[in-house]
Design a protein. Structure first.
Lengths: 151, 370
């Protein structure tokens, strides 16, 4: 009898509807208004790569040891260097990083002995061409500057 | 033979997928129909084949770790754990206790995230849209913890061979505890929405029955096997990563139908919360990385390690030839094996139930095709 009444009065359906109504309060809004409201990514977020500079003299921290290129599973980093005859030290000439093949695993960052290569919190890396996603040394040092749209 | 007309033809062959939204990816099922009745199916897989096992042969052991995240992308952490455990066994090292506790927390968190995706999409297939939004809301909290811990949300690459790369962040314990507190009432909420709902019950009860014997014949594992009443969970049967220290139960079903698989998975969510609560209370102090050489070069040998992934038994078979790259890696994915049972479950049922049964198997095509 009780079961019949529950069926007739749609108790199971109202039970579910009540959950929906409980969640109607505006404080439960989860939507992020993306271009206007920037998401806060975590501190350890693995995003766009950056080649760090020494803050004191603006020179690159990279010692061209090639460890990142060896650690990369996709082998997308190419480092070239030349030996400075005066100081007998290797100096970085070019550094290419193919972001189109990168899967942001963070192995290059872990391999870097001097914290020169870093995966930053930037995540807007779209480009209009395939060539645009192959980053050279200058781009890696300056970082991405995505267009900011007003809305 | 008389010329057959449209009315005479009894068998209709229908392609479901690979773009069908309810096949959870790119599964193609060729259905043979007699009116509304399914008289046979054939699965066509391989649309998402990326040759991950072959890639492994050209990568070093550490380099291959990010690729396993892309097998079952709903449960990337579990995949990483299985791979790391396999290589650790090959190297004969063990992760330190602190690393093991953090691994347990993150894998259970991932189990919850994976089951939430399953619950949301399964309900969506059946016609209940609301649970999807609630499930994604809670999954977001879990993914936030992943992001804060290792810097990625989906393909996490959280574990390394021998332990962990990252120390837990400040407030990790509090956030996990808060997640557990938040999660239990939310699970009740899903149950309020679905468990007694008459449409849900009628769509699921008695649909896609797979008995215990049939499960064993097909080699089906995970919640599908447990729903048939077999108490088999690798976390209890062959504990790894310190699972024997935690107190939890294996939920089982009775009839092995789609409804039982739903109740088993819901109960698994609660048990995962229970394990996380125990684990977070006693994360031991100490190192997070075991003694693993910089260049991993395991001795000649082969190893098979399996863990209880959210979808079933996930195994890694690795053959080493004493070089820096594996000679062969074979993945035993739970989804691939569970998918075999689809034909048995669907046969004789209605075409509308195919969607419910594909959903209840909880397959991820990244894992089926590899």
């Amino acid at each position: 009898m009780g079961k019949l009444l529950r069926t007739v009065f749609l108790v199971d359906l109202f039970q579910g509807l009540w959950v929906t109504f409980r969640s109607q309060h505006p404080k439960n809004i989860y939507t992020e208004q993306y271009p206007a409201e920037r998401p806060k990514v975590a501190e350890r977020f693995r995003g766009a790569p950056r080649l760090n500079l020494n803050p004191e003299n603006g020179e690159t921290l990279c010692i061209a040891c090639n460890l990142c290129a060896l650690a990369c599973p996709e082998r997308l980093i190419v480092v070239t260097s030349e030996r400075n005859e005066e100081t007998r030290r290797k100096e970085l000439t070019t550094f290419t990083y193919d972001t189109s093949r990168c899967m942001f695993c963070g192995l290059c960052e872990d391999a870097c002995p001097v914290d020169a290569l870093e995966l930053t919190q930037d995540f807007e890396m779209a480009s209009y061409s395939r060539e645009g996603s192959i980053w050279d040394r200058q781009m890696l040092e300056e970082g991405v500057r995505p267009t900011q749209y007003k809305c | 033979m008389a010329e057959s007309t449209f009315l005479d033809s009894t068998e209709l062959v229908l392609n479901m997928g690979p773009q069908h939204p309810s096949t959870h990816g790119v599964l193609r099922v060729i259905l043979k129909l007699d009116g509304e009745k399914v008289i046979g199916t054939e699965c066509v897989i391989g649309y998402l084949h990326r040759g991950v096992e072959k890639i492994a042969e050209n990568r070093s052991y550490q380099q291959f770790a990010p690729y396993v995240d892309r097998l079952d992308y709903c449960a990337a952490v579990s995949n990483g754990l299985g791979y790391c455990l396999a290589v650790e066994k090959l190297l004969n090292v063990e992760a330190p206790p602190r690393a093991q506790a953090v691994r347990v927390i993150l894998t259970e968190l991932n189990r919850i995230a994976s089951h939430l995706v399953w619950l949301g999409t399964h309900a969506l297939d059946i016609g209940a849209i609301t649970p999807l939004f609630y499930c994604m809301r809670e999954r977001e909290e879990a993914l936030n913890i992943f992001e804060k811990y290792c810097g990625a949300r989906l393909t996490t690459h959280a574990f390394r061979i021998g332990g962990l790369q990252y120390e837990t962040y400040d407030g990790f314990e509090q956030e996990v505890k808060a997640f557990c507190e938040m999660m239990l009432p939310r699970i009740d909420e899903y149950e309020e929405l679905l468990t007694n709902n008459r449409i849900w019950v009628r769509r699921l009860k008695g649909v896609g029955v797979l008995t215990a014997d049939e499960c064993k014949e097909y080699g089906v594992t995970g919640p599908v096997l447990r729903a048939a009443g077999v108490k088999w969970d690798l976390r209890k049967a062959q504990p790894y990563s310190g699972y024997d220290q935690y107190d939890f139960e294996i939920p089982i079903g009775k009839n092995g139908d789609t409804y039982d698989r739903y109740t088993v998975r819901i109960e698994e969510l609660r048990q995962s919360v229970r394990i996380m609560r125990q684990a977070v209370e006693r994360i031991p102090e100490g190192p997070i990385m075991g003694k693993v050489p910089k260049v991993v070069k395991p001795p000649v040998g082969e190893v098979y390690v399996s863990i209880e992934a959210p979808k079933g038994e996930l195994g890694y078979f690795i053959v080493s030839d004493n070089s820096t790259q594996p000679y062969r890696v074979r993945v035993r994915p739970p989804s691939f094996v569970n998918l075999q049972a689809l034909d048995r479950m669907v046969r004789g049922g209605l075409v509308a139930d195919v969607v419910a049964i594909v959903g209840t198997l909880d397959i991820v095509l990244g894992e089926v095709d590899r």
